[in-house]
Ligand binder design. Sequence first.
Ligand code: F6R
Length: 366
Amino acid sequence: EKGGYEHFMLKEIYEQPRSILDSMRGRMIAESGHLMMGGVREYENKFVNADRIIIVACGTSWHAGLVAEYLIEDLARIPVEVEYASEFRYRNPIITEKDIVIAISQSGETADTLAAIELAKSKGATIFGICNVVGSSIARATDAGAYTHAGPEIGVASTKAFTAQVTVLTIIAMIIGSKRGTLETTRVRQLIAELESIPAKVEEALKLNDQIVEISKKFKDATNFLYLGRGYNFPVALEGALKLKEISYIHAEGYPAAEMKHGPIALIDEQMPVVVIATKDSSYEKIVSNVQEVKARKGKVIAIVTEGDTTIPSMADHVIEIPETSEHLMPLLSVIPLQLLSYHIAVMRGCNVDQPRNLAKSVTVE
Ligand code: F6R
């Protein structure tokens, strides 16, 4: 059942080239720039004319929502708010009929997300669901939606569901952007071609496994970890920290790298591992200075960089090279080494990675 892997989590991490492909299959044609998604087509005018998009979710799905905020605002130029479902539902939020609410949930059963949907529905908003489980409560409560085709996710820590959600959300952002005219056809074609190359690049990133085992040995006894990223990699920093917390029980925090100087920098000393996601993108120069700030305080830097980079490797203690891609798609690659890092550290600490203490696969209570 685990396909020869020691844990479901590892199997699911390795399934990602396939689950990402399955989540994009039949939804785009690179040559023409054509994009197709049934649920979106049905509500195309709503999407095109929406005043704003509100994304509601919890946990890892909320992190996918944060990636979508960057994607939709950049490619489709519609304001996006990303909300923890649990806060949104109790806040007396302002919701109108011109709003579109996108609910993201792997299980489709998360109580807070479901309640947020019911609230938004009662105010007349259009509800779009992104679920992995077909026929789940959330899928049934929405007006329209698109499934992620990640296949069953059994490990409690979400891995392939996250990359499938980001894949589907990328396609949605491209669809809205093309319909609104904020995204030119040539760029759509390029992005589709790039997205099509992602499964092979994830395959490349998975080959880092042995190197990550070695790094994990060095840091398995750490008591704290910081994860830093900027732009599209900021949600990935949050996701990397969450993965480590939930399965290895090491305290970890994710931060937008520039926020470090507003507080967390006080924590940095020679005991503190800092995972910096520093791929070549529009924030690269800025993150180089963030790495310098960490090194000046003797923090141990584990850097995720783009293949061929020389600047960050000259400063970092450990370097993990991932393939190049458009910054819009980078989370699909940069999250892979972080999943593997948390997995190996948890295994080395003797933790039950597939069923971490106190956690359930679907949180059907608030
Ligand atoms: C993290 C994790 C949880 C879920 C969260 C939402 O690895 O598994 O944080 O992401 O409980 O669950 P879904 O997506 O099923 O609504």
